[in-house]
Design a protein around this ligand. Structure first.
Ligand SMILES: [Zn+2]
Length: 319
């Protein structure tokens, strides 16, 4: 009897925590479930991430309504993954903003990703029948887009920092409060999902650019808010250590002509002592190792995950 597929057996609700990090700067974390955020403009809101379904999005908005009743003008999507975008209809935003590369990925593989993520993490898909279709951005950009917040609130800056967790991740930076919403480019004591990633870029220049903001509040994709530059640096360096651990171990096996299964077992043994208890470690590692392996094989653009391919890789590596 193998391990239950991905997070399919993870059915326990998490405790959610809404924190106001500075005037008008909010984050909701949930013990390792995907984080969301919101930044207040003078008379509007910018919401960051949409969750997996409209019902899940509404549940977040209900909590946000305890601190502000401003309408949502902008919905920012850090990347294309279904559990972060398919709840968009709940927000009634005037604009849905993402990177050019994220738009490309939604068009190319959004449908397959929806099916794949639903199979892997069914608990996050509250009332899945409400999803009316893929979420498409209404405004995209290549490198940088600033949203003026009005009054003396400054701007919310959206930056593409290079390829990382996907080809199109962006971060949202609020200079006035030194708050960085990093999406899945940084995780705080949660395992990394890297099945669509560019490990070499991410572990190098991309994380260097994320670190260069010198953020004092960092909201990663999963896990608690990091507060203070020591903690934000630590979250970034933990992320890099996880990536390098995979690159080194998979790389060793690949170089000596070993198999994917050997690469998985070596990487699991090396990472489990430090990272094995973090949320979604067992779920992610087979998909992660497969993608690292593909990069060593010279496959630059990530292969598309489908429900069938998910099950094949799981059966080969984790069963
Ligand atoms: Zn993601």
């Amino acid at each position: 009897m193998g391990k239950p597929f991905a997070s399919s057996a993870d059915l326990g609700e998490k405790t959610e925590t809404l924190e106001t990090l500075a005037e008008g700067v909010h984050a909701l974390t949930a013990e390792g479930d995907p984080n969301v955020g919101a930044v207040e403009g003078e008379d509007f809101l910018v919401c960051i991430e949409a969750r997996a379904t409209p019902a899940a999005g509404r549940a977040w908005l209900d909590k946000l309504r305890t601190v502000t009743d401003k309408p949502v003008k902008y919905l920012v999507l850090t990347h294309y993954h279904a559990v972060r975008v398919l709840g968009a209809a709940a927000f009634g935003a005037e604009e849905i903003i993402a990177s050019d590369a994220t738009k490309r990925l939604i068009n190319e593989r959004g449908r397959q990703d929806w099916d794949s993520e639903y199979g892997r993490m069914p608990r996050l898909f509250k009332d899945p029948d409400e999803i009316r279709g893929l979420t498409h951005p209404t405004r995209t950009f290549a490198d940088r887009l600033d949203i003026p917040l009005g009054g003396d609130r400054g701007n919310l800056e959206l930056h593409f920092c290079g390829r990382g967790h996907t080809a199109g991740d962006i971060v949202a930076w609020h200079p006035k409060s030194k708050t960085l919403y990093a999406g899945d480019l940084v995780e705080a004591e949660a395992a990394l999902y890297t099945g669509d990633a560019f490990h070499f870029d991410w572990a190098g220049d991309t994380l260097d650019r994320v670190k260069a903001f010198r953020s004092e509040n960092l909201i990663g994709g999963r896990g608690a808010v990091a507060r203070g530059t020591q903690a934000t640096d630590a979250a970034i360096e933990q992320t890099r250590e996880f990536l390098k651990g995979m690159l080194d171990n998979v790389g060793d096996v690949h170089k000596r002509g070993g198999t994917l299964k050997e690469a998985f077992e070596k990487t699991h043994a090396a990472l489990a002592p430090k990272f094995g208890r973090w949320p979604i470690f067992e779920h992610c590692l087979p998909f992660d190792v497969q993608r690292v392996w593909d990069e060593y094989e010279g496959t630059d653009w990530p292969r598309i995950w489908t429900m069938e391919r998910d099950r094949e890789v799981w059966a080969q590596l984790q069963d």
